[in-house]
Ligand binder design. Structure first.
Ligand SMILES: [Cu+2]
Length: 159
């Protein structure tokens, strides 16, 4: 009996069966999640990530929770008349069908309000995102020190 051929055939069969199932079960994929390290005493923090919608239906990120902070909100940062302003997205953040939305410094972010302790580089923030159709999606966001960027400091000053 040739074991190699048997295994190869099994692998091909598994891939063929697994791919459609995966696409169905994971219509929402969250990638490149990270949280910005905060200075001591900070009461707010921000998590950034990219949401991929693999389905043919538009989605909406409606909320988020985490043990790391009292309240989480979806925020948008925008320059209005030369001033950086931040507002909560009410009614959810739209994720187009077969599209993706990046939450990144200077734009959308998940705001952690009422941090229980500062976010330190090397730690991980666990959060749960809630989507209109896909339901709850657990995300691990490693904390990174981003001293190089000044956008984060402006962000912190706004709270
Ligand atoms: Cu914010």
């Amino acid at each position: 009996m040739n074991m190699f051929h048997k295994c190869a055939a099994a692998a091909v069969l598994f891939a063929a069966v697994a791919t459609p199932a995966l696409a169905q079960d994971a219509s929402i994929q969250v990638e490149q999640a990270w949280a910005r390290a905060t200075p001591a005493g900070a009461k707010t923090g921000a998590v950034y990530l990219t949401i991929d919608n693999k389905s043919n239906a538009a989605e909406r990120l409606t909320g988020a929770t985490s043990d790391a902070a009292k309240t989480l909100q979806i925020h948008e940062m925008k320059v209005v008349g030369g001033v950086m302003k931040m507002r909560e997205i009410t009614g959810g953040l739209a994720i187009p069908a077969n599209g993706s939305v990046a939450l990144k410094p200077g734009g959308y972010h998940v705001m952690l309000i009422g941090l229980k302790k500062p976010l330190k580089a090397g730690e991980t923030v666990q959060l749960t995102l809630t989507f209109e159709k896909a339901g709850k999606v657990a995300v691990s966001a490693p904390v990174k020190d981003m001293k190089a960027g000044h956008a984060g400091m402006e962000h912190m000053d706004m709270h």
